[in-house]
Design a protein around this ligand. Structure first.
Ligand code: NAG
Ligand code: NAG
Length: 347
């Protein structure tokens, strides 16, 4: 407790004192890795009661698609239910690669509470709509959002919770992203110039072009779908049929392919008609000792997401990154289960 009360004073002193002084006052509760003191407060069970807003904490597994989903869902819970939701550092780090610091407003649990390790959360693995509708869950609880419990795989997968509550919830956070969140580094202007360039190359008026983003997800997801759902990878025919569908459905189509395995995409997607362009970002990956795939350079994934979501319609593959492309692009999307026209585009 004392340590944390001292923080504001120490922060002033530290600008002119040596690292030994920092080391003396910095410890794991009150300082970041760089030994910079930050402000946190202690969580106190004595003041948390049945009228306090529920505290919800969630951690996502995996790369950006999942981290972004976790972030936005926790964010929307806070907005919609008035609960206090928190993310972890990893989610914040991912978000900061895509969006400006001003846009990434969710607090990190262990940076908010110096003593976050004493907080006891109760797992919430029930139906999502019960969490939305259940007033008794919005006050006085400390909930862990779809954690893995006793080796039973957790995680919030929207497809397991289809309901009108969830749909309304999703529409709200997608609208928030589009209207309120700023992408970093002028990336939207960059991809818009690129899309114009494609039209120019084909000597088409940009205004008359319909852009179709094609997202190819392979790498780690192949193994995931096989082991969990016994599903075989989507093959070249899937993407080529999808492209053919959009060529027939719309005039002046231009296809923009983003892939986590570009050599595979170039080999299997038929670009002979001249209207298919491949993103130049060429993301590459490595596997950690735990067998987890990580991006060599996140910027490639950021660029591709911006490029694909600025297209008018989408061909998706699998996984949450693909889901984001479809949601943020907002147009019709082609899936292995058929094409989906979002409600706002239906007459
Ligand atoms: C919070 O937890 C993360 C691991 O999730 C760790 O890297 C970070 O240093 C922690 N921050 C603080 C202030 O304890
Ligand atoms: C299609 O996408 C382009 C590029 O983002 C955009 O300029 C244009 O307004 C979109 N067209 C429609 C009909 O939404």
């Amino acid at each position: 407790m004392m340590k944390c009360l001292l923080v504001p004073i120490l922060a002033l002193l530290l600008t002119s004192t040596s690292t030994t002084v920092q080391a003396q006052f910095c410890n794991k509760e009150s300082c970041t890795e760089d030994n910079v003191i930050r402000s946190c407060k202690n969580f106190d069970y004595a003041t948390f009661n049945k009228n306090s807003p529920t505290i919800i904490y969630g951690e996502a597994a995996g790369r950006f698609g999942n981290q972004f989903l976790g972030y936005m869902v926790l964010f929307q819970l806070r907005r919609q239910l008035g609960v206090d939701s928190y993310i972890n550092k990893e989610a914040q780090n991912y978000m900061l690669r895509y969006f400006t610091a001003e846009s990434v407003t969710m607090p990190v649990l262990n940076e908010t509470f110096c003593n976050s390790e004493i907080m006891r959360f109760q797992p919430y693995n029930g139906p999502f709509k019960d969490l939305i509708n259940g007033d008794h869950l919005h006050k006085g609880k400390m909930l862990n959002f779809y954690p893995t419990v006793d080796g039973v795989r957790g995680g919030y997968r929207p497809e397991d919770h289809v309901s009108k509550e969830q749909e309304a919830f999703q529409i709200e956070y997608v609208r928030y992203i589009k209207e309120e969140m700023q992408w970093r580094n002028g990336i939207i202007e960059k991809v818009q110039r690129r899309l114009l360039g494609y039209a120019r190359k084909l000597k088409k008026k940009p205004k008359e072009v319909t852009y179709i983003g094609v997202h190819v997800r392979r790498t780690d997801h192949l193994e995931f779908m096989k082991s969990l759902y016994d599903m075989d990878p989507l093959d070249g025919d899937y993407y080529n049929d999808a492209i053919e569908y959009f060529r027939e459905e719309y005039d002046n189509t231009i296809f923009v392919v983003g892939a986590d395995d570009m050599p595979w995409a170039k080999e299997n997607i038929d670009a002979s008609k001249g209207d298919v362009f491949f993103s130049e970002s060429n993301p590459t990956f490595y596997q950690t000792e735990e067998g987890i795939w990580e991006d060599h350079d996140q910027e490639a994934a950021v660029y591709d997401l911006a490029l694909l979501t600025n297209c008018n319609h989408t061909v998706i593959s699998r996984g949450t990154y693909s889901m984001w492309v479809a949601l943020l692009s907002g147009g019709e999307y082609y899936t292995e289960y058929g094409t989906i026209v979002p409600p706002h585009l239906q007459e």
